[in-house]
Design a protein around this ligand. Structure first.
Ligand SMILES: Nc1ncnc2c1ncn2[C@@H]1O[C@H](COP(=O)(O)OP(=O)(O)OP(=O)(O)O)[C@@H](O)[C@H]1O
Ligand SMILES: [Mg+2]
Length: 176
């Protein structure tokens, strides 16, 4: 597929690989990565990408949920995770989808160290703060962690693979 305006595309569908060793090793069946310019056009681009890739991988039952969660997390990355500027040097927002038996993991990197905050009163009068509530309600697990080179990754697992998500090695301070 091709990227929309403002989207720098780098898609890779990798061969199956093993991560870790021993009985708890995670078998990654599919990988797809997409770099996006941190512009509003990134959201529909990411959404369409997730829909097509996840259907192609054979997860039609969770495709709509994956699409929705991808859109929420990428929207947050664009809105809260990047500095508004016309600069072409902005770090990209990175989307990675991993498909394994039973489910899909969505990971979105952005350049900000600021962490997502789940609203404690989602039914309150204040506007906003519903996106992560939705993510938390739909995802099997979700969280966020700071990455070594700066920025952070917000991730969510959709489907029945909660016991083996591709978590950071250590130091994650996720939402669940
Ligand atoms: N990628 C991110 N980088 C920095 N802060 C984030 C990020 N994602 C979320 N946040 C913080 O977490 C809060 C809650 O996010 P959430 O998506 O629930 O609400 P929102 O984006 O403010 O509004 P809504 O999604 O309802 O339009 C945000 O207001 C923001 O402060
Ligand atoms: Mg949001």
């Amino acid at each position: 597929m091709t990227g929309g305006a403002g989207a720098a595309l780098a898609t890779a569908n990798a061969e199956p690989v093993m991560r870790g060793s021993g009985p708890a090793a995670v078998y990654v069946l599919r990988l797809s990565a997409l770099d996006l310019r941190p512009l509003p056009t990134a959201v529909p681009c990411a959404r369409l990408h997730a829909r097509q890739v996840i259907r192609e991988w054979g997860f039609p039952a969770i495709a709509a949920d994956c699409e929705l969660i991808t859109a929420e997390i990428v929207t947050n990355a664009i809105t809260h995770g990047t500095t508004p500027s016309g600069s072409a040097d902005l770090p990209p927002v990175r989307l990675r989808l991993s498909g394994r038996t039973g489910g899909v993991q969505i990971e979105v990197w952005d350049g900000s160290e600021e962490m997502p905050r789940l609203r404690s009163d989602p039914l309150g009068e204040e506007p906003g703060g519903r996106g992560l509530v939705l993510v938390a309600a739909i995802a099997t697990r979700w969280g966020a962690y700071r990455t070594r080179g700066g920025g952070k990754c917000v991730w969510a697992v959709i489907g029945a693979m909660a016991e083996h998500p591709l978590l950071p090695e250590a130091g994650g301070d996720g939402g669940s």
